[in-house]
Design a binder for this molecule. Structure first.
Ligand code: FAD
Length: 391
C-alpha cells in the first residue's frame, strides 16, 4: 500500500512521536512509522521514569527546558494523562558547574537553591549527601511509557497516521523535495522525512547522508527496593524522594571505583532507580543481550549501600536500555535537503522531548532552523562530558 503525505516520521520513540504530534497539531499531513509494537522495550524511551532534571547552564538547553515544561502540561491536558511529577531534583558531589547552573536557572525563572548536606539529609532521609546540595524544585520525574503513548494518541487525534510493526527497510531521496520510504507493509512518499530512529540511525542513514560518529551502548540502571515503607508513605503524602544526580570527585582516590556520575529517582511501584551514565558496553541494537554486565552492577550495588540508605542494595531489578551518544554528548538536530535528522540523545534527551519535537517539526516545515549547538557537521562542542562538564 502506498501512502502520500507531506512528512513521514521514521521511528516512534519519544522524539519521533513528539515530532508527529507537533506537525499534526499544526494541521500538516504526517505519517509516523515504527518498527516494533506499542510499548516495546527495544529502544531508549521505555520505562516508568525519567528525570526532568533542570540542572543545565547552557542557554540552549535551559531555553528548551523552559519551553518543554509548559508543553508537557499541554500534552497532559490534551490527553488527560499525568506525565510529569515535579518532585524536585537534588544535585550534589564535585560538579564545578553548580553556580553557573543556579544563575542560568534563576535567569530563566526556574528554581534553584543551595542546601547544606545535613538539613538536606533530614529532609530526604533516603539519600546521603556529598557536600553542598543544589536543589531544583521545578525539576521532577516523567513517566516515559505514558509520555510516548500520549504523544502518539495526541498525534493520531490531530490527524496523523501512526503505524506500528512496520520496519523501514530503505529511505530513498528522489529529489530536493521528494522522498520514498519503503517499509515492511508498503511505501510512503513525502516531501520530507524526519529520521528519529535512535540506536539505528547510523544503519538507516548509511549511504543517504553522512552522520557524525554515534556510539550505541547498552545501559543498565536498576530499581532497588525501598528499605522501609516510609518512601511509599512519603509518596502518598507527596513529600517524597526527589530525583538525584551525584558527581564523583575525580581528584580523590576514594571515587576511583566509580564508573561515572550517578543519576536516579524514585519510580512509584518499582523502587529507587539508580544508574551509571553512559558507560554500558557498546552494542549492536539488533543483537543485544538485555542482561546487565555483572561487575558494573556490583559497583552500582556498592553505590547504593554507601549513598542511598533508603534503598536495599540486595533487592533489585535491572533495567536494560540503549544510549546513542555523539562525541560531545550534544544532540544532532539538522536538515539536509528533504531529510531531517534527530539523533544522539544519549541519556539526557527525554526531558526535552516536546521541545525537540517542535525543533524537528520546524526543520520539516522550514519554519525555523535548529540551534547551532546541534548542527550535523559541527566540530564537537567544547570538551568531553559535554553538558555535564559545561553544565
Ligand atoms: C537507562 C536510560 C535512562 C535515561 N534516563 C534519562 C533521564 O533520566 N532523563 C532524560 O532526560 N533522559 C534520559 N534518558 C534518555 C532518553 O530516554 C533518550 O534520550 C530518548 O528516549 C531517546 O529517544 P529516541 O526517540 O531518540 O530513541 P528511541 O526511543 O530508541 O526511538 C527510536 C525508535 O525508532 C524505531 N526504529 C528503529 N529503526 C527503525 C526502522 N528501520 N523503521 C521504523 N522504526 C525504527 C525504534 O523501534 C524506536 O522505537 C535515559 C535513557 C536510558 C537508556
Amino acid at each position: 500500500m502506498n501512502e502520500n503525505v507531506e512528512t513521514v516520521v521514521i521511528g516512534g520513540g519519544a522524539m519521533g512521536s513528539a515530532t508527529a504530534w507537533q506537525l499534526a497539531r499544526r494541521g500538516r499531513s504526517v505519517a509516523l512509522v515504527e518498527r516494533f509494537e506499542p510499548g516495546h522495550v527495544n529502544g531508549a524511551s521505555h520505562g516508568a521514569s525519567r528525570n526532568f532534571n533542570t540542572a543545565y547552564a547552557d542557554p540552549t538547553y535551559v531555553g528548551m527546558l523552559a519551553e518543554a515544561l509548559p508543553l508537557w502540561r499541554e500534552l497532559e491536558a490534551e490527553t488527560g494523562s499525568a506525565l510529569l511529577d515535579q518532585v524536585g531534583v537534588v544535585n550534589h558531589g564535585a560538579n564545578p558547574a553548580f553556580d553557573r547552573v543556579a544563575e542560568a536557572l534563576s535567569r530563566a525563572g526556574l528554581g534553584a537553591e543551595f542546601l547544606a548536606p545535613e538539613p538536606a539529609a533530614e529532609r530526604w532521609p533516603g539519600l546521603r549527601f556529598d557536600g553542598r546540595v543544589l536543589h531544583t524544585p521545578d525539576a521532577g520525574r516523567l513517566n516515559a511509557d505514558a509520555a510516548v503513548t500520549a504523544l502518539q494518541t495526541a498525534a493520531a487525534t490531530a490527524g496523523a497516521s501512526v503505524r506500528h510493526r512496520a520496519r523501514v527497510l530503505r529511505l530513498d531521496v528522489l529529489d530536493d523535495d521528494r522522498v520514498r520510504v519503503t517499509h515492511e507493509n508498503g511505501t510512503v512518499t513525502a516531501r520530507r522525512a524526519v529520521v528519529t530512529v535512535g540506536a539505528w540511525t547510523g544503519r538507516l542513514l548509511a549511504g543517504v547522508l553522512p552522520v557524525p560518529r554515534l556510539s550505541v551502548t547498552q545501559e543498565q540502571p536498576a530499581h532497588f527496593a525501598l528499605r522501609d515503607a516510609s518512601a511509599a508513605a512519603a509518596h502518598r503524602a507527596g513529600t517524597e524522594w526527589p530525583g538525584f544526580n551525584h558527581a564523583p570527585d575525580r581528584s580523590d582516590p576514594l571515587y576511583d571505583w566509580w564508573y561515572s556520575p550517578v543519576y536516579g529517582m524514585y519510580t512509584p511501584g518499582q523502587g529507587v532507580k539508580a544508574g551509571w551514565h553512559g558507560v554500558g558496553p557498546v552494542t549492536d541494537p539488533d543483537a543485544r543481550s538485555f542482561r546487565p554486565e555483572p561487575v558494573q552492577l556490583a559497583a552500582l550495588q556498592r553505590y547504593v549501600r554507601e549513598w542511598l540508605p533508603g534503598a536495599d542494595a540486595d533487592v533489585l531489578e535491572p533495567v536494560s536500555c540503549t544510549y546513542t551518544t555523539t562525541a560531545d554528548e550534544d544532540f544532532v538536530l539538522d536538515r539536509v535537503g528533504p531529510v531531517i535528522v534527530g539523533a544522539g540523545f544519549s541519556g539526557h534527551g527525554f526531558k526535552f522531548t516536546p521541545s525537540v519535537g517542535r525543533i524537528l517539526a520546524d526543520l520539516a516545515t522550514g519554519a525555523a532552523p535548529a540551534p547551532p549547538l546541534f548542527a550535523l557537521n559541527r566540530t564537537p562542542n567544547a570538551g568531553p562530558g559535554g553538558w555535564l562538564a559545561r553544565g
